[in-house]
Design a protein around this ligand. Structure first.
Ligand code: CP
Length: 307
């Protein structure tokens, strides 16, 4: 592959290979080892048209750990403010001959469009409600490390599914790796036609969490609700917020995940989020760096092969 735009085009063998490489980087980091220079001499530009803490920081750290020259474009201070379009901005940066472009954009499909216009490798850091492939990959690595496998697991994804690119990329990846995926949330936050993905859908937390190996909580994406129905946070927490009582319906060793940013007391109880016996939220963040190292390493190898 030249780009990493989504999980959709990836073969299970490619997913497993990327996770193996990321696991290697994660372990080497824990041992305090140097990582070599897979990206030495390469220029990585991070373009975030939407706010980010985890994804932007981890792409920057990942690039630097592998020796890339990393530049974070301050999009708020760019000429976009003077009316320059996304494509003209991309063409301008492309003329500076970067090797890797990491792009986050609020509109679904914007990153794919941009990838058609540039000569370098493009990594999707989240586009609208469409895909967030490196998030799904880091979630997959976290699950594989916690459960010892990434197949025949029951994974409950709970909350605002309709507006979530994280949910979309995860359910595609988990389906490809032959897991059972259950989506739990209010009908108003469930996208139409979601059954086509071969997932189970319910608005009952107790029923949906029964027998789950993994419980993945999602934030209410109010910024994407476009003036539509926004549930009351109190009522939402009562019905869909994860606490110890609701988690008791899942398997006793079920892990709790959240991609962040997290709203404590809205979709998850703060004490549960911090419970290191159940929550792997900080491990997800750690695996984010390893997965992004692996993704850029593999794309750089493909660039070198393509000449
Ligand atoms: N999970 C995630 O994408 O977090 P950020 O928005 O902080 O990058």
């Amino acid at each position: 592959q030249r780009h990493l735009l989504g999980i959709e085009p990836l073969h299970p063998v490619e997913i497993a290979a990327l996770l193996d490489r990321a696991d290697h980087y994660a372990e080497a980091t824990r041992r305090g080892e140097k990582h070599g220079d897979a990206l030495e001499g390469l220029t990585q530009i991070n373009m975030f048209f939407e706010n980010s803490t985890r994804t932007q920081a981890s792409f920057e750290i990942a690039g630097k750990r592998l020796g890339a020259d990393v530049m974070n474009m301050a999009m708020q201070a760019s000429s976009l403010k003077k009316g320059e379009t996304l494509i003209d901005t991309a063409l301008t940066l492309n003329a500076m001959r970067p090797d890797l472009l990491v792009v986050r954009h609020p509109h679904s499909g914007a990153v794919n469009l941009l990838a058609e216009k540039v000569n370098c490798a493009v990594l999707n850091a989240g586009d609208g409600r469409h895909e967030h492939p490196t998030q799904a990959l880091l979630d997959a690595l976290t699950i594989r490390r916690a459960k010892g496998r990434l197949h025949r697991l029951t994974v409950a994804i709970c909350g605002d599914i309709a507006h979530s690119r994280v949910a979309r990329s995860n359910l595609i990846l988990l389906g490809k790796m032959e897991n059972r995926v259950r989506l739990i949330g209010p009908p108003t936050l469930m996208p139409s036609g979601i059954g086509e993905f071969g997932v189970e859908v319910t608005d009952d937390m107790e029923e949906g969490l029964k027998g789950a190996d993994v419980v993945m909580m999602l934030r209410l994406q109010k910024e994407r609700m476009d003036g539509g129905f926004i549930p009351s946070e109190r009522e939402y927490y009562h019905r869909f917020g994860l606490d110890a009582a609701k988690l008791a319906n899942a398997k006793p060793d079920a892990i709790v995940m959240h991609p962040g940013p997290m709203n404590r007391g809205v979709e998850i109880d703060g004490t549960l989020a911090d419970d290191i016996n159940r929550s792997v939220i900080q491990e997800q963040v750690e695996m984010g760096v390893a997965v992004r190292m692996a993704a850029m390493d593999l794309l750089a190898q493909n660039l070198a092969k393509a000449g």
